[in-house]
Design a protein around this ligand. Structure first.
Ligand code: GLN
Length: 384
């Protein structure tokens, strides 16, 4: 007899990132799929972690995060977003941004609740909602500029709407929130109990002198929000799995109840190192420009291919349309590019619950110039 368990996520398979990275490895393709940098992170941040280990900071940190790190984050928030947050009650360090988002959902949701989200959406949101017995209510961003139809959002609000999740800069499209989006969001949540989960893991990866409109800037929205961040995306160390969540004390109190019986606390020496390193503002202030150069370089290199770029104003990502070349599905096209051209991308249909297919694939440009050059060379040869 074989053991049977009832699946809590019967419709979920392995993530597209895991699948496409495995395929890239199998075919020795250049991996511009999964979003991670292939260049070296800061040597001094590594040295600071090493020093913390040598000093013996190797036991559990405080459940909510190392107090010094939380203080430094509060200083950063005050400097960047002119907002006063209390490090004791409003900030929790988490093992990554995705964990912070999951914890926020689990803190909030009960069976039957509804959550409004924008598709294409980062692929953890829907399973995070469904595992809590709640229902994802997608609003499709308008193709091809991926703007938000706020009228539709308003129409989808019901008495069951518990939360709305926003993401700016947006994965996978690179779109960023405008002041008008903030005003519209404000209108939607006014006089309701709707909680905002704001995924801001790409806060510093913003281009063309645009400003990141963090929910942290707006006290009336922050009071009803869980705002989630990632150190991996800021310091080029996605494998460290470090992030944090900011919320008002009453929301954070409940968040911590879930967190304390899950990971409980996070990597201690890394928290000491981050607390020290955060004092160097230049490393995050320069980031937008540095990464923008990579976006521009990829676009320049791919001009010699028939792929057509869409607008990307932030994140690690640039979408390309191949509608002028082929009618194949995005998944098929992305697999074919991996196998035949030796370049891996992500089909954007993976970010929709009903597999909308606009003939668009996502490139991650957070790579060394030589990696981007080799990928472009392979694509130019392939398309002839
Ligand atoms: N955030 C990364 C991306 O969008 C992937 C993270 C993951 O693989 N889970 O590519």
């Amino acid at each position: 007899m074989s053991i049977f368990i009832h699946s809590k996520l019967p419709n979920v398979g392995t993530t597209v990132f895991t699948k496409m990275s495995a395929l890239a490895q199998q075919y020795e393709a250049i991996n511009l799929g999964q979003g991670f940098p292939d260049f070296m992170m800061s040597e001094s941040l590594i040295a600071l972690t090493n020093q913390a280990m040598q000093k013996g900071y190797n036991q559990y940190a405080h459940m909510c995060g190392l107090p010094l790190l939380r203080e430094r984050i509060a200083e950063k928030i005050s400097f960047l977003y002119q907002q006063v947050v209390n490090p004791e009650t409003d900030i929790t360090i988490t093992p990554g941004g995705t964990y912070a988002i999951y914890t926020a959902f689990t803190t909030l949701l009960s069976p039957g609740d509804e959550v409004i989200l924008f598709e294409p959406a980062y692929d953890s949101y829907v399973p995070n909602i469904e595992i809590n017995g709640a229902k994802a209510i997608p609003v499709h961003l308008s193709f091809p500029d991926y703007s938000i139809n706020w009228q539709e959002v308003q129409q989808k609000v019901t008495p069951k709407t518990k939360a709305i999740i926003i993401n700016t800069p947006h994965n996978p499209t690179g779109r960023v929130f405008t002041q008008e989006d903030i005003e519209q969001l404000r209108k939607v949540v006014a006089n309701t109990n709707i909680i905002i989960i704001s995924d801001e893991v790409y806060e510093h990866l913003i281009f063309d002198n645009k400003e990141h409109l963090s929910i942290l800037r707006y006290p009336d929205l922050l009071e009803r929000a869980f705002v989630c961040f990632s150190f991996g995306k800021v310091y080029h160390c996605t494998g460290w799995k470090m992030g944090y969540c900011v919320a008002s004390p009453s929301l954070m109190k409940e968040f911590r109840k879930v967190h304390q019986f899950n990971s409980f606390s996070c990597n201690t020496p890394v928290q000491y190192a981050l607390a020290e390193y955060l004092q160097d503002r230049s490393s995050y202030l320069q980031l937008g420009n540095q990464i923008q150069q990579k976006r521009d370089y990829l676009k320049q290199l791919l001009q010699s291919t028939p792929l057509i770029p869409l607008q990307s104003s932030g994140s690690y990502f640039q979408l390309y349309s191949y509608a002028n070349i082929s009618n194949e599905s995005e998944t098929y096209f992305a697999i074919r590019l991996t196998k035949e051209a030796g370049v891996t991308t992500i089909p954007v249909s993976a970010f929709y619950s009903n597999s909308i297919d606009n003939k668009v694939i996502r490139f991650c440009f957070a790579k060394q110039e030589s990696t981007l050059e080799e990928a472009a060379k392979r694509l130019a040869n392939y398309f002839g």
